[in-house]
Design a protein around this ligand. Sequence first.
Ligand SMILES: CC(C)(COP(=O)(O)OP(=O)(O)OC[C@H]1O[C@@H](n2cnc3c(N)ncnc32)[C@H](O)[C@@H]1OP(=O)(O)O)[C@@H](O)C(=O)NCCC(=O)NCCS
Length: 163
Amino acid sequence: MATKEWKQSINGQTFLISTARDLPHEFVQQAFDNPAMYWAKPISAANMKTLLDNSCTLGLYKLINGDERTPVGMARMITDYVTLAYLTDVYLADEYRSLGLGRWMIHCCREIVQEIPELRFMILLTGSEQAQQLYRRELGMKVMGTEETLAAMGARKAWIPGS
Ligand SMILES: CC(C)(COP(=O)(O)OP(=O)(O)OC[C@H]1O[C@@H](n2cnc3c(N)ncnc32)[C@H](O)[C@@H]1OP(=O)(O)O)[C@@H](O)C(=O)NCCC(=O)NCCS
């Protein structure tokens, strides 16, 4: 996919969201180590490269002096760009929360998936009631049960026989 970028100013600060593959690995490692991202943990440098090589990652940057980028947030979609997009690792550094930047990152994810004509599903897992509101509103998502003749199924690594 060609790189996509979005820019906006909030409270006199300018922010950029970019899908360019240059989000510093160190920022992602720090995010994975942050207690707010309780589902993740730091991984080896080699695995970090593999993870980012195989994801559509949106980096959220604060712009300083016009174009100097400081990473402050991220959202990651694991996708084949045709049928499925799995949204995960939505994160914003503490001091940039509640400004609407989280909603903006999700909105940009929506723009990306809207351009995939044969997409079957956009999916995610969340333990946060508050985050559910965001995904309902911005992505039209709902908690899936068996009522629509589809069962959403999943397994943690440890549940997979032989793990
Ligand atoms: C989730 C997160 C990215 C939201 O970013 P944000 O910039 O603070 O959110 P916004 O200001 O854009 O607010 C949008 C919505 O996000 C949701 N939200 C806000 N704070 C949140 C929080 N701490 N946790 C989960 N959702 C939150 C609310 O539903 C909010 O809706 P509102 O407009 O009615 O207030 C940010 O709080 C974060 O990084 N949290 C830690 C990591 C995390 O929980 N990620 C999501 C896991 S599914």
